[in-house]
Write a protein that binds this ligand. Structure first.
Ligand SMILES: [Zn+2]
Length: 275
C-alpha cells in the first residue's frame, strides 16, 4: 500500500499527502532539503522523504498539533519550532487516544480515508514521544544551496504558528493558518486582530505567487489572503452560525463566504471565537 503521495507542486517542492487528510512539504535545494511538518507519524515519513532526496535535512514544524508534529519522533535530529508550540505539542501528545477515536469514527462513517496503515499499533503510538526541539526566530532564513526559505511568525490558528516563504517559487507555506477552513478558536489561538495584522504584513512584505495549506493538495491563489481578510473584517456574528468543536465541545462562530477561484472548493469557512 502506498501511504504517502508526493505532488511536485513547484520545481523540487513536494507537497506530500498523508491519509487522514494532511500534507507535509519538502523543499529541495542544491545542498540541503527542508521538511515543513512531519504529519501524524502513523507511518514513517522519513522513508518517504529519503525516497525524494538524499540531501541533509532541516525540519520545521508549522505548529505543535498532532497532524503536523506527530511524526517528529521518526527523526533523530533537532526540529525547529516556535517556543510557544512546545506546550501545544505536549498537550496533543496527551490527547492522542481521543483524537484517534474521532478519526476512526469518521473513517467508519465514510467521511475520511483510512487514517493509518495496515499493521499499525495504536498502543505503541499512544505513549508520549519525545523529540529534540530548537527555537525558531522570526525572519530566520534557511539556505538550501541556491534556495532561501524564510520563517515568518504567524500567530492565528495557534499563537506560535509559523509560515515559510520559499523565495525561489514565491510560494507561502501557511500550515493551518490559510486554507478553505480556518480555525482560530482554540484556547491556544491568537486573537482575530493579531491574525489580521499578520495577514497585512504578509501582503506588504512578500511577493506571494501562491499558497500551500496543510489540508489541500493544490495551490491556492495569493488572492486567498484578500478573501480571508474580508471575512475577518466583515465578521458578522448575525450571519455566522454556531460551531461546536466535535471533540472538545468548544463553542465558536462559523462564517461561510463563497470562493470562486479555488479548483474543487466553493466556500471558505472561518471559525472564530465569541468576543
Ligand atoms: Zn492545527
Amino acid at each position: 500500500m502506498i501511504y504517502f503521495t508526493p505532488y511536485e507542486t513547484a520545481p523540487s517542492l513536494f507537497h506530500i499527502y498523508e491519509p487522514g487528510d494532511v500534507h507535509c512539504t519538502l523543499i529541495v535545494g542544491r545542498e540541503r532539503a527542508l521538511l515543513f511538518d512531519t504529519g501524524y507519524g502513523f507511518c514513517d515519513i522519513k522513508e518517504a522523504v529519503t525516497a525524494l532526496t538524499d540531501l541533509p535535512l532541516t525540519i520545521v514544524n508549522s505548529h505543535g498539533h498532532l497532524d503536523h508534529a506527530g511524526g517528529n519522533f521518526r527523526f533523530a535530529q533537532e526540529i525547529y519550532i516556535h517556543p510557544y508550540e512546545r506546550q501545544v505539542y505536549d498537550l496533543y501528545q496527551a490527547e492522542k487516544e481521543s483524537l484517534m477515536d474521532r478519526m476512526w469514527s469518521l473513517y467508519q462513517q465514510g467521511k475520511k480515508p483510512r487514517p493509518w496503515p495496515e499493521g499499525f499499533s495504536r498502543q505503541d503510538y499512544y505513549p508520549y514521544k519525545p523529540c529534540s526541539f530548537v527555537d525558531l526566530t522570526d525572519g530566520q532564513t534557511f539556505d538550501l544551496g541556491g534556495r532561501i526559505v524564510e520563517a515568518i511568525f504567524f500567530p492565528g490558528h495557534t499563537r506560535g504558528c509559523v509560515a515559510l516563504y520559499d523565495h525561489q517559487s514565491g510560494l507561502l507555506l501557511a500550515g493551518d493558518n490559510l486554507g478553505h477552513s480556518i480555525w482560530i478558536m482554540f484556547e491556544q489561538s491568537a486573537s482575530l486582530a493579531e491574525y489580521r495584522s499578520c495577514l497585512c504584513r504578509l501582503k506588504d512584505d512578500f511577493e506571494i505567487k501562491g499558497i500551500l495549506g496543510s489540508h489541500y493538495s493544490g495551490i491556492y491563489p495569493a488572492s486567498l489572503i484578500d478573501t480571508v481578510m474580508q471575512c475577518v473584517n466583515q465578521r458578522d456574528d448575525g450571519r455566522s452560525t454556531l460551531f461546536i468543536h466535535p471533540r472538545k465541545g468548544y463553542k465558536a462562530l462559523r462564517r461561510k463566504v463563497p470562493l470562486t477561484d479555488v479548483p474543487g472548493v466553493s466556500s471558505l469557512y472561518l471559525v472564530y471565537p465569541f468576543d
